[in-house]
Design a binder for this molecule. Structure first.
Ligand code: CA
Length: 224
């Protein structure tokens, strides 16, 4: 789970952010002043920091500078002051983005997601590999050795789920939830149908089976 550190002295705003971000699946930690925020970031490095500019004790810009001096963590500043000089000062302090209070939660969420994605793609490769299978998630290109495999959108999503969790049993519930969505009301054998399609395409040149059935439970990506 991705961790977000909120450094904000106003309890009401901090609570609002905590509720919203927790609901969206993030782990949230709150610090109510600059020194506490720096200590929290040092003890338990977050994936992203939401930082209020007007803080007691240590100013938000100074907090951003000190964070940036020791870490590449994305920083989104919240500011009540919609002034150009503040924005420039914030950028120079090493912050990645700004939101001017009052802001809509969805807007903050969108910016958080952009920052986390950017950070991830800088650190992680876009290419997933398992056995002789290669999936380039940027190009949406799937290959077995050198042979290119053409997949429909759903087949691709299903295979990506397996590729991101190799040698791990994917239950039918998890597959439904992740590939078809929790409110899917289609035929009950849809997973079997798509696994069959995938196997046909992945084994078209006589390759050994990689998607194995776990009887009564689901499927697993594993060499036989
Ligand atoms: Ca404040």
């Amino acid at each position: 789970m991705q961790r977000i550190l909120i450094i904000e002295d106003e309890a009401e705003i901090a609570g609002y952010l905590r509720r919203g971000l927790t609901f969206e699946g993030f782990t949230v930690e709150i610090a109510s002043d600059g020194p506490a925020g720096l200590a929290a970031a040092r003890e338990n490095p977050p994936d992203l920091v939401v930082l209020d500019l007007m803080l007691p004790g240590l100013d938000g810009l100074e907090v951003a500078r000190r964070l940036r001096a020791v870490s590449e963590v994305p920083i989104i500043i919240l500011t009540a002051r919609d002034a150009i000089p503040d924005r420039v000062a914030g950028l120079e302090s090493g912050a990645d983005d700004y939101l001017v209070k009052p802001f809509a939660f969805e807007e903050l969420l969108a910016r958080i997601r952009v920052r986390l994605r950017r950070n991830q793609s800088a650190q992680q490769t876009d290419v997933l590999r398992y056995a002789n299978l290669t999936m380039d998630t940027a190009a949406r290109d799937v290959r077995i050795d050198e042979r290119r495999v053409d997949l429909t959108a759903k087949e691709y999503e299903l295979l990506e789920l397996f590729m991101r969790h190799p040698q791990q049993v994917m239950t039918r519930e998890v597959i439904y939830d992740r590939v078809w969505g929790y409110d899917f009301g289609g035929e009950s054998n849809i997973i079997e149908v798509y696994v069959r399609y995938l196997r046909q395409k992945l084994e078209a040149a006589g390759e050994p089976r990689l998607i194995q059935t776990v009887r009564g439970v689901g499927y697993i990506l594993r060499e036989e």
